[in-house]
Design a protein around this ligand. Structure first.
Ligand SMILES: [Zn+2]
Length: 505
């Protein structure tokens, strides 16, 4: 059987290397999962038999790629406010662990649905999959395949228990310690599991794999070395959390003094500082570390809105740019930012750079768009097939209706996509050559049925959440004490603005 053909006719096709303000009208021919032609008028014999999408009055952009996301807490959207990261972590991870198969499936679909409606065609799901079982892997990957969202999937691994992150937690009663997490699986067991899953369900179609050590402070050198090894053997990208908060920078100085007080040097020693590595957040990365990252072709995935809401600070965008580090963009958790919206991520990338330096200059909107597509694709080692509209690239495309007020009047595609668009104009989304949203209707799943199932599920979820918050309150004084100590410890960098008490003025 011949591959299915789709012809997207007459849209303004965004080209990173062309006129980013006024893209030219072109036709796009898709065969199977790939773009085969892009041009002003394709010969009739090539397009014969194709399903035609009339894209006049539309902008066609490459699918956006969210390079940092976790599906384990999509049901916690809107549940948290005012807490800094360390406090929020106390609640968000447990609500993702040991859940029913139904819940696992629903939460995966909820996050993917929101993403695709907002033009995100690929999610890097760094999943806290607890317990790590084949069944659970199948449920998650099958849910992504069902809805049609592309995923770079990486169950997080760690072998240092959560309790180790809370100072003086040994003063807590043993049952409270246990509740906070005194156990972790062995390094070898986790890596062997990942190895078996990749062998069992090799990357194909819209499913891709990554290696994801939770964070350097949650992993022994043995585990990090095994993560580097499996990445090399299986040609995987590596994602980890580094320097999200000031507390983590203080921890690096104190606990990793033998590595120059640097998580980056620690990762380097474990074989991870290379072109495969991506560090999420990088808010408290030093300039010296940026240079090391750039020299190794390692990259950052920036999640500004999560960093702002969780009181982590502002990542040093302009310094990273100056160091020549590669950058991808993400949205992070559904209960941390609390939205999967790369238009917000792109805008924050530009505006937060603007409060770092008053001089005229970049970053510009088209750079934010490049980071949210090709930059994020590069983080997954997929930039040879994702992130641009070119023959040979996967057919992951988003159509925006320019009759939306965001384009009234229409002056610049790049600037209006980054500064004006909210996701509202998206009416059609194609992933891997499959039309997943057409005229704003999701074609792959029954959205109303999903809504009903989730509403029903929340009747149990909410009381469980409330009980968990109550039980975990025991840890709050310890967290507060550690938090104050972090802020009393001098550190030669500043990632907050406009508050004299914390270092300004
Ligand atoms: Zn994260």
């Amino acid at each position: 059987m011949a591959a299915n053909k789709i012809l997207i006719k007459g849209g303004l096709v965004y080209d990173h290397d062309g006129d980013v303000h006024k893209p030219v009208a072109a036709d796009i021919l898709i065969e199977g999962d790939a773009i085969v032609s892009v041009g002003p008028s394709l010969p009739a014999q090539r397009t014969q038999g194709a399903e035609v999408i009339d894209a006049r009055d539309h902008l066609v952009i490459p699918g956006l790629i969210n390079a940092h996301y976790h599906s384990h807490d999509t049901l916690c959207r809107g549940m948290f406010e005012e807490m800094p990261l360390e406090f929020w972590l106390l609640y968000t991870l447990p609500m993702g662990a040991f859940r029913s198969k139904q819940e696992l499936r629903l939460r995966t679909l909820v996050g993917a649905l929101e993403a695709m409606r907002c033009g995100i065609t690929t999610l890097q799901d760094m999943l806290g999959l607890i317990p790590l079982t084949e069944d659970n892997v199948d449920i998650v990957l099958d849910a992504y395949a069902e809805i049609g969202e592309r995923v770079v999937f990486s169950p997080m691994v760690f072998d240092i228990p959560a309790i180790a992150m809370i100072r003086h937690a040994d003063a807590l009663p043993p049952d409270s310690q246990e509740m906070l997490g005194t156990k972790a699986l062995g390094a070898r067991e986790q890596i062997d599991f990942l190895d078996r899953q990749i062998k069992r369900r090799p990357a194909a179609g819209t499913a891709h794999w990554a290696s994801a050590p939770f964070a350097p402070q949650r992993c022994t050198p043995e585990l990090l070395e095994m993560c580097a090894d499996i990445a090399e053997r299986r040609d995987l990208p590596v994602y980890t959390h580094v320097y999200e908060t000031r507390g983590q920078a203080v921890m690096a100085r104190e606990l990793y003094a033998s590595h120059g007080g640097s998580f980056i040097k620690y990762l380097d020693q474990c074989g991870l500082l290379n072109r495969r590595l991506n560090i999420a957040h990088s808010v408290w990365l030093s300039r010296e570390e940026m240079d090391l990252m750039a020299a190794a072709d390692a990259g950052a995935v920036l999640n500004h809105n999560s960093n702002l809401k969780l009181k982590s600070g502002i990542a040093p965008i302009l310094d990273m740019r100056e160091a020549g580090m590669r950058v991808g963009l993400g949205c992070d958790n559904c209960s941390g930012s609390d939205v999967q919206n790369m238009f917000q991520s792109m805008k924050a990338y530009c505006t937060l750079a603007a409060v770092s330096d008053p001089m005229p200059g970049p970053p510009l909107a088209h750079e934010a768009l490049r980071n949210a597509t090709l930059g994020s694709a590069r983080s997954a080692l997929l930039d040879d097939r994702l992130g641009a509209i070119k023959p040979g690239y996967k057919a992951d495309l988003v159509l925006l209706d320019m009759k939306d007020t965001a384009y009234l009047p229409y002056n610049s595609a790049a600037r209006q996509l980054v500064y004006t668009e909210t996701g509202r104009a998206i009416d059609t989304v194609i992933i891997d050559g499959r039309i997943v949203i057409k005229d704003r209707i999701v074609k792959t799943i029954d959205e109303a049925a999903l809504r009903a199932e989730v509403t029903d599920l929340m009747k149990h979820f909410v009381p469980e959440y409330e009980a968990m918050v109550k039980a975990r309150a025991v840890a709050l004084p310890y967290l507060m004490e550690a938090h104050k100590r972090v802020w009393a410890t001098p550190l030669k960098m500043q990632r907050f603005l406009a508050r004299t008490r914390y270092g300004d003025g």
